[in-house]
Design a protein around this ligand. Structure first.
Ligand SMILES: [Fe+2]
Length: 153
């Protein structure tokens, strides 16, 4: 594969494609080694603002950050960890948040919360008993794509 302007080599691009699948609801490539996961994180960083968006990398959705980047709050009591996520976004019939995905520090999808645009607000709660480490929350808008935020639990 031609590196072109992306700076990705073939291996990174394949791993990034797996990461893209993760953002769309599938898992990180099965059997990925720790080194491959690190490469995946590096490749994914290069896709910020292009394939997915963050507060700092809104790409062509600049100006949409506040209504799409998920807020995350973590409450810990011993081993009990409650993660709450919210997206400050309306739930209109033709424009809404589809779901939240919670991913662990290796970008494995731990849990998802689907939203019913008729009844739900884009808020989710995830119980993560015993988990300690970085978490990522992906908020998927049906118009403005995937937005990621993260914190440590
Ligand atoms: Fe949106």
């Amino acid at each position: 594969m031609d590196k072109g302007n992306s700076g990705l080599n073939r291996r990174e691009a394949l791993l990034a494609a797996g990461g893209a699948a993760a953002l769309l609801g599938s898992a990180v490539p099965v059997g990925a080694s720790a080194a491959e996961v690190c490469d995946l994180k590096g490749a994914l960083r290069q896709l910020a603002g292009k394939l997915y968006y963050t507060l700092d990398m809104p790409g062509h959705w600049k100006g949409k950050e506040q209504g799409h980047s998920p807020l995350i709050k973590v409450d810990r009591k011993g081993n009990d960890v409650l993660v709450r996520a919210a997206t400050r976004h309306p739930m209109d019939p033709d424009h809404f948040i589809v779901k939240h995905l919670l991913m662990d520090e290796d970008l494995n999808v731990i849990k998802t919360q689907m939203f019913d645009k008729t009844f739900d607000l884009p808020r989710s709660r995830f119980q993560l008993n015993g988990y300690k480490g970085r978490i990522y929350v992906v908020s998927m808008c049906n118009v403005h794509d995937n937005w990621i935020n993260w914190t440590d639990a």
